[in-house]
Design a protein around this ligand. Structure first.
Ligand code: K1U
Ligand code: ZN
Length: 165
C-alpha cells in the first residue's frame, strides 16, 4: 500500500473547504483505504481528506488502543450534545505542536458509510473529540485556530524557526 503525503501547515490547501461526496464508487473506497493506511503509518487517530489533498467530505478515525477499530465517515454532520471539555490535541499536519482545545465531549453523528448507506451514531470521549477535529479539517479549520491569537502567533513563529522540532 502506498502512503499518501500529508499536507503540512501553513500549506494553503489545508484551508480549502471540502465538497459533498456524490459518488459512492470504487475510487472513493480506494481513497478511504489509502487514508486509513496513511493514518496508521503516521500513528494518528484520525485523518481528513483535506490533509491528503482530497477535497471531498471524507474522514477516517480509529481511537482504539488495539488499532483495529477503523471508522470511515462520508459527508459527516455533527450535533454537539455534551459538555464542553478541555483536552490535549495534536495534528498530523502540524507535527510537534500540542495544545489544549475546548470541545464537546459528546456528539451525535449523521453520515454515510463508504457504500452510501446511512449511518447514525453517538460518540463520546476521544472519539467525539477526534471526529470534531477531523470535521474541522473538512471546513479548512485547524486546531490551532481554536487557540488565542497570541498562542497561535507563538506556534507559527516556532514553526518558522524550526519546523517539526
Ligand atoms: O487529524 C489529524 O491531524 C490526526 C490527529 C487527530 C487528533 C489527535 C488528538 C486530538 C484530536 C484529534 C492525530 O492523530 S495527532 C497524533 C496522535 O495520535 C495524538 C495526539 C494527541 C493525542 C492523541 C493522539
Ligand atoms: Zn489534524
Amino acid at each position: 500500500m502506498q502512503y499518501l503525503p500529508i499536507l503540512q501547515h501553513p500549506d494553503s490547501r489545508l484551508r480549502v473547504k471540502a465538497t459533498t461526496v456524490e459518488s459512492f464508487d470504487e475510487k472513493l473506497a480506494n481513497q478511504a483505504d489509502k487514508m486509513l493506511a496513511t493514518m496508521y503509518n503516521a500513528n494518528g487517530i484520525g485523518l481528513a481528506g483535506t490533509q491528503v489533498d482530497f477535497h471531498r467530505r471524507l474522514i477516517v478515525v480509529d481511537v482504539s488502543e488495539s488499532r483495529d477499530g477503523p471508522i470511515t465517515l462520508v459527508n459527516p454532520e455533527i450535533l454537539l450534545i455534551g459538555e464542553t471539555v478541555s483536552s490535549e490535541e495534536g495534528c498530523l499536519s502540524i507535527p510537534g505542536v500540542h495544545d489544549t482545545v475546548k470541545r464537546s465531549d459528546r456528539i451525535n453523528i449523521s453520515a454515510k458509510s463508504i457504500d452510501g448507506s446511512t449511518l447514525e451514531m453517538e460518540a463520546e470521549g476521544m472519539l467525539a473529540i477526534c471526529v470534531q477535529h477531523e470535521c474541522d479539517h473538512l471546513d479548512g479549520i485547524l486546531f490551532i485556530d481554536h487557540l488565542s491569537s497570541l498562542k497561535r502567533k507563538r506556534i507559527n513563529e516556532k514553526l518558522k524557526r524550526a519546523p517539526e522540532s
